[in-house]
Structure formats: C-alpha cells, structure tokens
Design a protein around this ligand. Structure first.
Ligand SMILES: Cc1cc2nc3c(=O)[nH]c(=O)nc-3n(C[C@H](O)[C@H](O)[C@H](O)COP(=O)(O)OP(=O)(O)OC[C@H]3O[C@@H](n4cnc5c(N)ncnc54)[C@H](O)[C@@H]3O)c2cc1C
Length: 370
C-alpha cells in the first residue's frame, strides 16, 4: 500500500532508500540539512569491494557484500537513465599489492582465506602486476588481482540520486530532526512537527543524537574516523596515472588509490576511534601520502586538492542494521561502516520490503535485530 514516508538522512543510504520507495509508489520526503552534500557518503572513496573488504571472521558480512555488489549493475543503469547523469561506475577491477616480504606473507594468508570463501582472486607476480598497472613501484613483492571489485564516483552518485529523486517526485525538507515519538511524529530543530505514515531513520552516525528512541531498541552506532585525500592530475599530464583501483599493504598499513575518469585519484583511508572529531590531522595526511607513494611513486606529481575526514557509522559486529524500532512505523537503516556505498542498492530494496510488510529473505532477517 502506498504510504507517506519521511526518510531522515540525505546520505547514500537515505537517498537510495527514498528513490526505491518512490519507485514503489510511496510518497517520500527526505529530511536532512544538506541532502547529497555531507556525511560519510560525501567523503567516501566509492569502492564496491566485497572481496578486498573480506576480513577474517566476517564471512556473514562478506556474503552480504557479495549480494550488495550483485545489485550494482542494474542499479547503476537505472539511476543513470533516471537522472540523466553519469555516476562513474567503473568495472576495471582491483589489484592489491605488497610492499615487503612480510606484507606479501600477509597477502598470501588473505588469499588463502578469500579462496576458502570461494572468492575470485588470483596471485600475481610483480611483473604481472606491472603489466596491469605500469605506474607501480618496481620494488614491490607482487599482489592479488580481484576482477570483481569495482568502484563508483560517490559524489556523482549522490548528485544523481538527488536528481532522480526530484524527477520521481521526492521532496526535500532541509532540516534536522531533534526527536521522534509515537504517531509516528518527528520534531525538527526549529520546533515544527511532521506526521507521516512511516519513517526511516538513515542518519548515519547522527542516529544516537535523535531523542525519543528507547536505547534498548536502537542500534548501537559509533563513529569511526577516516582520513582521505583527493589528488588532481599532474599539470600537463594527458594519460591518467592509474586505470584501476590499487590497494596496498605497506609495512602492515592498508592504503588504497582509486582513480576517477578525470585523471584524479582518491587516496585513503585511516581507521581511527576518535569520537565525532573530524579535524584533519597533518600526521594522517603524511602517513597516507607516504604509503601511497611507496606503491605508486607518480603520486608525488599529483596536485593535493583536498584532505578530509569522515565518520563511518559502525556497529559492534560491523553488520548494518535495517529493521523496525520499538516505535510503530519507525524503521532504521544504518551501521554500514566501511561499505555503505556498496550496500546502498541492497539496503534500499530491503527497506521497501520492510515497509511494504513483505517477508525478508534469511540473509536480511539477521540485520533486523535493532
Ligand atoms: C574515509 C571513508 C572512506 C569510505 N570509503 C568507502 C568505500 O570506498 N566504499 C563504501 O562502500 N563505503 C565507504 N565508506 C563508508 C560509507 O561512506 C558509509 O558507510 C556510508 O556513507 C554511510 O551512509 P549513510 O547514508 O548511512 O550515512 P552518511 O553518509 O553519514 O549520511 C547521514 C546523513 O544523515 C544526516 N543526518 C544526521 N543526523 C540527522 C538528523 N538528526 N536529522 C536529519 N538528518 C540527519 C546527515 O546530515 C547526512 O546527510 C567510507 C567512509 C569513509 C569515512
């Protein structure tokens, strides 16, 4: 049944959910201070990386990430058609490289784990790596090729979602929600009250700031800080430095370089427990640049255009939470931690099933324990 839904949060999760709800006949308003222009979604790198994000002991999350990646080709095509914009969806694949012998040993352990999960990843020698990515340093210890890990330009994605939502009749209330209560009712920070039929709280790390939810039925979300850099093409250089995403282990540190179609490169990212602080620290910028230039020396010639820090919404088990709160007709969709861009299409589809009272597939039922 078509209902009036207010989606709180204009990051990738809120905007994707709003679009999917509107495509399924709901009348949708997004409530957020700057839809498509803030939050972790604005800062992110845009990797769609179920394989290179696979971590030991997180096989349930990996299964979810693979399901999320499978939704991307259709979602990207539909979104580009609906918005009339390119989102930089790029399927060139990913290469992970090792700096020294110890990093190579860690990558080999990771490859064994990836193969134990049946993931598509192949060991590559240094010369094979350099055939795939000529800009790599000649002193690396080889790597792993992962053809199925892709990327999207996250800022182009947000702009396309804002546009597709407008075209679908979604409205925007540029405001902040102070509290929620039964009804359901939303109270904005300017005191106004809104009474939709259903609410989806997709406020990322902002969720704990929204008053009125019983903490026992509210997902535990904490901010995990990530520094990230945006580097412009070297002046006068016509060929791009990179044509596929390169990830690296550099003396035990993880770093990635994600090339955009305009020749720029996104370099990330730190993982820091520092509360809600988003100050850009000189030491973090230094570390990222040192690690990036250790695997791709040509980074030295790029222009440093932006250094930023964002807050990933993390849960205790790193799994997102998509389900009902204890207040009737108020749902949450948050906790996407390092993979919110990848999981946005899947999350939007799960929320539509939830709000339309369709049974959830077993893989998603576990996410509903908020
Ligand atoms: C450095 C970095 C790199 C990353 N790289 C990747 C990557 O390569 N691939 C990937 O898949 N993921 C990546 N992520 C993770 C990804 O960015 C997040 O998981 C995702 O953006 C979360 O989306 P969200 O919409 O839940 O939250 P956000 O993007 O943070 O959006 C939350 C929105 O809610 C709004 N809001 C908050 N409180 C309120 C309120 N009270 N009322 C109204 N609105 C409110 C905010 O203004 C904001 O618009 C990265 C994150 C970081 C920090």
């Amino acid at each position: 049944m078509a209902t009036q839904v207010h989606v709180v949060g204009g990051g990738v999760i809120g905007l994707s959910t709003a679009w999917e709800l509107s495509r399924n006949g709901h009348e949708v308003t997004v409530v957020s201070p700057t839809p498509g222009g803030d939050g972790a979604s604005w800062v992110a790198a845009g990797m769609l990386a179920p394989v290179t994000e696979a971590q030991f002991g997180e096989s349930a999350l990996t299964a979810l990430l693979l399901e999320g990646a499978a939704r991307w080709p259709a979602f990207a095509g539909a979104l580009e058609a609906a918005s009339g914009r390119s989102i930089g969806y790029d399927t060139a694949g990913t290469l992970t490289v090792a700096l020294d012998a110890s990093d190579r040993a860690s990558l080999d352990d990771l490859l064994t784990y990836q193969h134990s999960l049946g993931l598509d990843a192949a060991r590559r020698s240094l010369s094979e790596c350099r055939q795939l990515v000529p800009a790599l340093s000649p002193s690396l210890r080889g790597g792993i090729e992962v053809p199925g890990d892709h990327q999207v330009d996250n800022r182009a994605l947000l702009a396309a979602l804002v546009e597709a939502n407008r075209a679908a009749g979604v409205t925007y209330e540029q405001n902040t929600v102070a509290s929620v209560s039964a009804g359901p009712e939303l109270v904005l920070t300017d005191g106004r009250r809104l009474r939709p039929d259903q609410v989806v709280l997709a406020a990322g790390v902002g969720l704990p700031e929204i008053a009125g939810l019983d903490p026992a039925h509210r997902p535990e979300v904490r901010p995990v800080k990530g520094h990230i850099l945006r580097l412009g093409p070297a002046p006068g250089r016509t060929a791009p430095l990179l044509r596929r995403t390169v990830r690296g282990l550099v003396r035990g540190h993880s770093v990635y370089l994600v090339p955009r179609s305009d020749g720029s490169v996104v370099v990330g990212a730190t993982v820091e427990e520092r509360g809600t602080d988003t100050t850009v620290r000189a030491g973090a910028v230094h570390e990222l640049l040192c690690d990036a230039r250790a695997i791709v020396p040509g980074v030295d010639e790029l222009e440093l255009c932006e250094a930023a820090a964002g807050l990933r919404p993390a849960t205790p088990d790193n799994m997102p939470r998509i389900g009902w709160t204890a207040i009737d007709n108020i749902a949450v969709a948050t906790g996407h931690y390092r993979n919110g861009i990848l999981l946005a299409p899947l999350t939007a589809a799960v929320v539509v099933d939830l709000l339309d009272r369709r049974p959830l597939a077993p893989l998603f039922k576990a996410l509903a324990r908020v």
